[in-house]
Each structure stands twice: as C-alpha cells, then as structure tokens.
Design a protein around this ligand. Structure first.
Ligand code: HEC
Ligand code: HEC
Length: 394
C-alpha cells in the first residue's frame, strides 16, 4: 500500500475512534450532580480560609495549625489578630486535638469546676466557641455576623455551603452564621486529624509497641503520686469504659504561672488575667481567681509555647518551673523594689492563697530539693514525646 493511502487509513481510524468516544462514551455525562460535601468537609474548607477574616490573611488554621498539634505554629506567646494584624491576643492559642470530647462547663457534686471551651471554659460547645474568633477584635475581627455571611457568599466554597444548607441560606444572616459555626464544629469533631489516637503511647496501650527504658521511667514518674503526680490532673490510663486517655480531666487549677511581659496588656500593672473569675457569671467566685483549664498533654511536644499566657517556650522550662517554683522561687519570679521575690506576680496578693500549694509536685518548701531532678525531667519529657500523633504511620 502506498504511504499516502496508509496515512489516510490511519487518519480515518482515528476519526472513527474519536466519534465513538463522543457518541458511545459515557451515555449520561454529568446528569447526576455531585453529592454535597459533609458538614465536616465544608467546615474544613472554612477552617482554612483566610477570606473569612477582616484582614483577609488569617484563618482558624493560622493559630491552630495541624503541624503544631492544632496550636499556634510559631514561638509567639500570643498571636496577633485584627483587621491589620496588629492587635495582640491575651492568651496562648489552645491546641484543638481531641477537644470535641470536652463537655459544657459545670460544677460537679463536690463543687469542682470542669469542662467548657477556652482556657476559662466560657463557651458551652465548639459551635458557640467558633463565633468568638470570627467576631473577636483580637482575632478575625469581623464587625458583625452579616459581614461574615458576606464573606461566605464570595468564598470559593459558597456553592458547597448552599448545597449543604439550602440555596436560600445566605439570605438569613443569623441562620447562615450559625450553620458556619456548626460546620466548623463538625470538622473538629469528625475529622481524623483531630481524633487520630495514633501516638506511640496509643500503640503501647493496644499492646502493639513497647516504651523504651527511658520512656517507661518517665511514665512511672508521671503516674507516681509522690513524684510527678501528673496523672492526678492529666490522666494517663484508659477510662472505665475503655476510652483512651486524653491527658486532661478538663478540670481547673491555679499554678501561679509567672506574668509574661511579652503580652502588651501586662504593661499595665493593674491588669491581670484572672481566668475563671474573670467571667462575668463567676465574678463572685474569688476562690477561682487565677484558675485555668488543665490542657491535654497529647502532642505537647509539638507546641512551641506553654501555659495560658505562653510564658515558657520549652518543656524543660515548664517542668522545671513546676518543681522549682517553691524551692527556688527567685529563679522564676522577678524581684520587688525592696529586693524580695515577687512570688505569684501574675495574681493580686489577696488571691495568692488560691495557688495550689498542697498537691505534689507543688508541695515543696524553700530549702528543700525539687521533687524531680534534671534527669527525671528528661525522662518525663521522653515519655511526653510518645504522645505525639502520627507515630503508627511512621
Ligand atoms: C488569632 C489567633 C486565633 C484565631 C484566628 C483562632 N483562634 Fe481559636 N483560640 C485562640 C486562642 C488565643 C484561644 C484561647 C482563648 C481564651 O482562652 O480566651 C483559642 C481557643 C480556641 C478553642 C477552644 C479550645 C479549648 O481547648 O477549649 C477552639 C475550639 C478554637 N479556638 C477554635 C477556633 C476556630 C474554629 C477558629 C476559626 C473560626 C479559631 N479558633 C481562630 C486563637 C485563635
Ligand atoms: C493539680 C493539677 C495538675 C498537676 C498535678 C499537674 N498539672 Fe500540668 N497543668 C495543670 C494546669 C491547670 C495547667 C494549665 C495552667 C495554666 O496555664 O495556668 C497545666 C499545664 C501543663 C503544661 C503546659 C501545657 C500547655 O499546652 O500549655 C504541661 C507541659 C504540664 N501541665 C505537664 C505536667 C506534668 C509533666 C505534670 C507532672 C510533673 C503536671 N503537669 C502536673 C494542672 C496540673
């Protein structure tokens, strides 16, 4: 066959194939619309969208980054926010892992406070919580709900939002705003990124891995009520119904953490962050002044600042503070004009009695040795590193 006829034949063949694809291919192309996203998947898009902030530059993830255990991904004690990102926050960004297992704030039968979202438990649910950063002047700084809903309307996921909540949803401002907070709640509640239970310690509890000798010493110190006594507030064992430990009992305590001069509000000597009793509804409970919620220690090694005011940047410092606070207060607190140590300098003197001084490891007296030495603290830190998620995928 001459070359020209061969080429013509090949051309004809290609044409037939193309026509076949066009007419015989997928018979009903794109007639069924894609299934709407789940609420959680929608919440994930919103959580990562800086377009929801007045600055256009800050999303929830800016202060709660997956790489940092969903706490802040930098070493700033507190994060900047506001329309120009110049409005400094007052407290350290909290880690969001496992937080969906928390409950609303309550006093138990013995009058002990527990639960609630934020360092002072003032929000009753994750959805209620989410309204705060969206509208907070030190965070995403939207002036009102309508401006948030306006931003949903122009988001890349606006059509998904309508597919999930109804095509007219954006014309009802209050409802649309509530649905956004519910989507954010669903993301934090349902997504595996927040609820992995994938640490080495989880594998140990499941009988699939073993702690190293140093990690095992650290765990023993953690649980020993005469040494670390950490488990008293940061439980390390499965609950009675077999649920994995969260390393917080969501209770409140007052540790007397030193004042942090890096927080601009603290330059005013009359300003104090009083924790629980700063809530309007708990103003009368002066015994709760200075108390903050016990944080989970899962993924604590991924965080870059510690305590409610981000006072310390390393676990070593944070734990040395625990055990030396009463034996060597001069290492942790500034001095007053008369040269004496200004112990518990972040709390007005009338509430110093609220600081926990009875329980191990805070039961020491000046002149005694710290309850844990440097080596024991290293062991504890080695154990705490086993609480980092993602180990079982390594
Ligand atoms: C500018 C930084 C910043 C941004 C942006 C931000 N947060 Fe936060 N977040 C914080 C700080 C600080 C706290 C603790 C505040 C307090 O206790 O008063 C916190 C606390 C929380 C808590 C409570 C956790 C707990 O342990 O109780 C949740 C949940 C949360 N944020 C979710 C979100 C969501 C959802 C968004 C986006 C809508 C968001 N955050 C945006 C800084 C931020
Ligand atoms: C009596 C209760 C109690 C005991 C015992 C206790 N903690 Fe805590 N822990 C807290 C509270 C409350 C906070 C938050 C205090 C604050 O920010 O003002 C905290 C905070 C922490 C933090 C900072 C975490 C963060 O994300 O900011 C670490 C780390 C920590 N504890 C580790 C330990 C270790 C290790 C032990 C044992 C040596 C221990 N804790 C014993 C109540 C306790």
């Amino acid at each position: 066959m001459p070359l020209s006829r061969r080429l013509a034949l090949i051309g004809l063949l290609i044409l037939v194939c193309l026509l076949g694809i066009r007419f015989l291919g997928p018979t009903h192309p794109r007639t069924a619309p894609p299934a709407p996203l789940t609420e959680g998947a929608l919440g994930k898009l919103a959580f990562h969208d800086p377009g929801l902030s007045a600055s256009g530059k800050q999303s929830c993830a800016s202060c709660h980054a997956e790489t940092a255990g969903h706490a802040a991904p930098n070493t700033l004690a507190v994060q900047p926010g506001g329309a120009d990102l110049l409005n400094q926050g007052l407290r350290a960004s909290q880690p969001l892992r496992y937080i969906a297992t928390n409950t609303a704030f309550q006093f138990d039968a013995e009058g002990k406070a527990s639960g609630g979202f934020f360092w002072d438990g003032r929000a009753d649910s994750l959805a209620e919580q989410a309204a705060s950063p969206l509208l907070g002047a030190r965070e995403m700084a939207n002036p009102d709900k309508a401006s948030v809903v306006g931003k949903i309307a122009t988001a890349a996921w606006a059509a998904d939002f309508k597919a999930v909540y109804g095509k007219d949803i954006l014309s009802d401002t209050d409802r649309a705003f509530d649905k956004l907070t519910q989507a954010l709640q669903a993301f934090q509640r349902d997504d595996i990124a927040f609820n992995g239970f994938s640490s080495k310690y989880d594998s140990v509890l499941a009988g699939k891995a073993e702690l190293s000798a140093q990690e095992a010493r650290g765990l023993a110190l953690f649980n020993d009520s005469t040494k670390g006594n950490c488990a008293a507030c940061h439980p390390s064992e499965k609950s009675a119904d077999g649920k994995p430990p969260l390393f917080t009992d969501f209770s409140y305590d007052n540790l007397g953490v030193p004042r942090n001069p890096e927080i601009a509000a603290n330059h005013d000597p009359t300003y104090f962050d009083l924790g629980l009793c700063a809530r309007p509804d708990l103003k009368a409970r002066e015994d709760l002044c200075g108390a903050f919620r016990v944080p989970s220690l899962r993924n604590v090694t991924l965080r870059q600042v510690y305590f409610h005011n981000g006072r310390y940047r390393s676990l070593k410092e944070a734990l040395n503070f625990y055990v030396q606070r009463d034996t060597h207060p001069e290492r942790w607190y500034p001095r007053k004009a008369d040269g004496s140590v200004n112990k518990f300098d972040d709390l007005p003197a009338k509430w110093h009695a609220n600081v926990n001084r009875k329980e191990v490891p805070y039961d020491r007296q000046p002149g005694q040795s710290p309850g844990l030495d440097e080596r024991e603290i290293d062991d504890l830190i080695a154990f705490l590193a086993t609480l980092e998620d993602g180990w079982d995928a390594r």
